[in-house]
Design a protein around this ligand. Structure first.
Ligand SMILES: Cc1cc2nc3c(=O)[nH]c(=O)nc-3n(C[C@H](O)[C@H](O)[C@H](O)COP(=O)(O)OP(=O)(O)OC[C@H]3O[C@@H](n4cnc5c(N)ncnc54)[C@H](O)[C@@H]3O)c2cc1C
Length: 422
């Protein structure tokens, strides 16, 4: 029984609780699972871990597909340390606890006249979890959650609380995407936007149309994204609505969002595919049926060529793969190991079916996109190694230096992160 090996941690905890991620492809049995509700409890737990020589990993909503959370030491679930802690409407800034779920931010932020500047396909993640992996939405002029990070309060591997802000750019750029390796993010400050509504437009153009209007759609929409279906049954794997009587083969589910300032008494709409609502209501949602996803990022100038190469792979060597191809865009940023580091990006996401051998497909895709200098989503399946990171991230060494300053003894490393950035 793991608990017998160690003294009792200084806060309420459970032992031998198996943890599993959303996708069901990662699990572990930590020695302790702790659920701190105060900053002091986080600090006490980290100090206990340092004293006992136990590693610590944080978990947000468990929506990553990679072994980021796994630990045999202390798993720290930060769901209890959640909620907004402040807003600055002059600078459009918001502060919140690291465990705050994105879905819980929209309404209280709206009451202060603010909205998150962009969101992804779902809003179930914890904010520190989303920041830690470079989680993003779509829009060539819109950065990831990580790029919006302006300040963070962190418990580091020395057992201290430290603050990182815009006056320490080196540390801030490391903190923007850190895979949980700098320490526990207690609280974060994000650049937000004045509150805005979204006018949604969902259409189902054929591929030729998408290709013909490629650049115009990217440039002329706040949010533009599409999901290309290779098979009739592909759309339903992502629970997508489809137009009645039309084949989805070689057709896309296309989303365009325009920001607006609507009169809530007269202009809102809940018509599916043409909703008009507060931004956070349009972004709300999650998936019900698990899938195992890989997501790679290529320079936006090469986006079309890369998409056609993946379509070709699906139509030739890997005809057995039914999950569609999602394509999005993200603005370049400054985070040292951010996949968008100094590069406007086209995002390509594919999935394998749980319980099947999708590895040959994903490995072929990895090899194919290496020719496009692809970088991975850290929270989705990838094949990155330290040697590849050194090639793909010009500031890799700076990140590792900062990480070692924050956590010289590797309290916050597990096998996966040690191999990448230890
Ligand atoms: C259905 C689904 C849809 C998705 N849609 C998108 C999308 O649209 N766009 C996109 O970019 N990604 C998307 N993702 C990926 C997801 O956003 C990322 O994997 C994200 O990191 C998950 O957030 P989480 O809160 O679940 O974090 P977890 O998976 O729990 O943790 C991720 C990392 O954050 C660290 N961490 C968590 N909390 C803290 C803390 N307080 N302090 C320090 N480190 C911490 C963990 O240690 C870990 O390293 C999706 C995933 C799923 C399953």
């Amino acid at each position: 029984m793991p608990n017998a090996l160690y003294p009792v941690p200084p806060i309420p905890h459970g032992t031998e609780q198996k943890w599993t991620n959303w996708g069901g492809n990662q699990s572990c049995t930590p020695a302790f699972t702790v659920r701190p509700k105060t900053e002091q409890e986080v600090l006490d737990t980290v100090r206990f871990a340092i004293k006992e020589g136990l590693p610590v990993r944080a978990v947000g909503a468990g929506h990553s597909f990679t072994p980021l959370v796994q630990t045999g030491g202390i798993l720290m679930d930060l769901e209890g340390l959640a909620g907004l802690t402040g807003t600055d409407t002059d600078k459009n800034r918001v502060r919140m606890y690291g465990g705050t779920r994105i879905s819980d931010v929209g309404a209280p932020l709206w009451d202060k006249g603010l909205s998150l500047s962009n969101q992804g396909d779902i809003d179930k993640q914890a904010i520190a979890g989303a920041i830690s992996t470079g989680t993003h939405g779509s829009g060539i002029d819109l950065g990831s959650f990580s790029s919006a990070l302006r300040w963070a309060k962190i418990v580091n591997g020395h057992g201290e609380i430290v603050e990182v802000g815009e006056d320490q750019l080196r540390e801030l750029k490391a903190a923007q995407v850190a895979l949980g390796t700098l320490g526990i993010f207690l609280e974060v400050e994000l650049q937000a936007s004045p509150a805005y509504h979204i006018v949604e437009e969902i259409t189902y153009p054929l591929w030729d149309d998408v290709e013909r209007n490629w650049e115009e759609n990217i440039r002329n929409n706040r949010h533009y994204s599409f999901i290309w279906c290779q098979e009739e049954g592909s759309a339903e794997l992502y629970e997508l609505p489809t137009p009645k009587g039309e084949s989805m083969v070689n057709r896309t589910y296309t989303k365009k969002y325009r920001a607006a300032n609507l009169d809530e008494a007269t202009e809102l709409s809940s018509v599916e595919g043409a909703r008009k609502d507060r931004a956070y209501n349009i972004y709300a949602g999650g998936y019900m049926i698990p899938f195992h996803e890989l997501e790679y990022y290529v320079p936006a100038e090469q986006g079309l060529e890369a998409v056609k190469a993946v379509q070709n792979l699906l139509q030739t060597t890997h005809k057995d793969q039914k999950y569609p191809l999602e394509v999005r865009w993200v603005k370049g940023d400054e985070g040292y190991i951010s996949p968008f580091y100094k590069r406007d990006t086209t995002v390509l996401s594919v999935s394998g079916a749980p319980g099947t051998d999708y590895w040959p497909y994903l490995r072929d895709l990895d090899a194919l996109l290496e020719d496009f200098d692809a970088r991975p989503h850290w929270g989705k399946i990838h094949f990155m190694t330290r040697e590849r990171m050194q090639r793909h991230f010009p500031e890799y060494d700076t990140f590792v230096q900062v990480r070692r300053e924050f956590d010289p003894n590797g309290v916050f490393l597990n096998d996966h992160t040690r191999a990448l950035v230890g």
